[in-house]
Ligand binder design. Sequence first.
Ligand code: FES
Length: 105
Amino acid sequence: MAQLVVTDMEGNTRTVEAETGISLMEIIRDNDFDDMAALCGGCCSCATCHIYVDEAWASKLGSVDDDEDELLSMAESRQENSRLSCQIEMTDELDGMPVTIAPGE
Ligand code: FES
C-alpha cells in the first residue's frame, strides 16, 4: 500500500498507510490527526483541510481549480504550495509524498 508522510501543526511527522482512490483529507483524518478539522467533509466549502505539499511533488498533482483557489484565497496562511487535501486523490504516483497540515485560521 502507498504511504503518505504527514507533519502536524506541532511539527510531529508520521508515515501512514494511504489507500489509493480516496482523498488525502480522508487519509489524514482517518489516521487521527486532530489538526485536520475537514468540517465540510470534502465538499470544497470550508478550507479546514488546508495542507502544504512538498514543492518537489507539485508537478504530480492536478492543478488547483477555481473553487479550490477561491477558498484558499481566503486563507491567511496560504502559501505557493497550499492545497485543499480533500481535492487531491491519493494515487500510487504520490507514494511517499510529504504534506504538512497548515495552521487553522
Ligand atoms: S474538507 Fe472542507 S474544503 Fe476540504
